[in-house]
Design a protein around this ligand. Structure first.
Ligand code: CP
Length: 305
């Protein structure tokens, strides 16, 4: 049972806690698909506080909160008193004073959600902090894999792309390892952070070798906004060596299911035909994100009914 105030990352969750969230997300997905509004968070307030852009995560949390009967408050940082110099902690204390129960935060600085959590009464959920973790993205990835394969244990999951700057990769490596998956990361050496093997993955720099026999190939976005220097000669050269293409998949792992957290750079890290292909789970991931976030918020702020 997840009996914590906050969800800051998957590094600190046990296998049992991960399995418990995934099981509860299954119940939530049934309610979501049948468009049944629940009352688990009736009378509660969920605030989204995003210091970085988002389409999927922010709207998914807000949809999930409303599906559970909560009120929602959306802080647009660009139009808020953050622009007048208000600190993160003071912004959090202001949300507490507005009778918020859950604050969902995305921030460019690793550790910002943990800092906020130490200083507010509300439950804090990390919606992505710098290059550290994106726990609910990983939970929805796990849920999607479990839905398709019936288990996570024994799956070969290959993550391709900008591992260095990816909080999604870190959360997934922590969680997939605990649930018994085999994990491989593949990228140019310049996009592989030193010490990543300590999270239990194999590091490979040849795309064909890495994806051979994969059950899941997960593309990760090339995060040009976080890259201060050139990590590869050009986007077209990156795509030629590491792009997820139909031809590559047919040769090495024709049955592999394709995932990507989004947003996708079509034609850079992944071919458009693969995004829209029959093995793609990319839009199912988005739907599952709502169910998983319903489950997480129910555990943290609801009654776990
Ligand atoms: N996957 C993900 O975090 O997408 P957004 O940046 O659109 O929230």
């Amino acid at each position: 049972m997840l009996r914590k105030k906050d969800l800051l990352g998957l590094k600190d969750l046990t296998k049992e806690e991960l399995e418990h969230i995934l099981a509860h997300a299954g119940d939530m997905k049934e309610a979501l698909i049948s468009r049944e509004t629940l009352d688990n968070l009736k009378g509660k307030c969920v605030a989204t506080l995003f210091y970085e852009n988002s389409t999927r995560t922010k709207n998914s949390f807000e949809t999930a909160a409303r599906m559970l009967g909560a009120r929602t408050v959306s802080i647009s940082v660009a139009n808020s008193s953050v622009k007048k110099g208000e600190s993160l902690i003071d912004t959090g204390k202001t949300l507490d004073a507005l009778m918020t129960d859950v604050i969902v935060i995305r921030h460019s600085m690793a550790g910002a959600p943990a800092l906020l959590a130490r200083n507010v009464r509300s439950s804090v959920i990390n919606a992505g902090d710098g290059m550290n973790e994106h726990p609910t993205q990983s939970l929805l990835d796990l849920f999607t894999m479990h839905e398709k394969f019936g288990t996570i244990k024994g799956l070969k999951v290959v993550m391709v792309g900008d591992i260095k700057h990816s909080r999604v990769a870190r959360s997934n490596l922590w969680a997939l390892g605990k649930l018994g998956a085999e994990t491989v990361v593949v990228a140019p050496y310049t996009l592989i952070p030193s010490g990543i093997e300590e999270l239990g993955c194999e590091v490979i720099t040849d795309m064909e070798e890495a994806v051979a026999g994969a059950n899941v190939v997960m593309g990760l976005r090339i995060q040009l906004e976080r890259q201060k220097v050139g990590f590869f000669p050009s986007l077209s050269e990156y795509g030629a060596e590491f792009g997820i293409t139909k031809e590559r998949l047919l040769n090495s792992c024709p049955d592999a299911l394709i995932m990507h957290p989004g947003p996708v750079n079509r034609g850079v890290e992944i071919e458009s035909e693969v995004v829209d292909g029959e093995n793609s789970l990319i839009y199912e991931q988005v739907t599952n994100g709502v169910a998983v976030r319903m489950a997480v918020m129910d555990f943290l702020a609801g009654g776990d009914k």
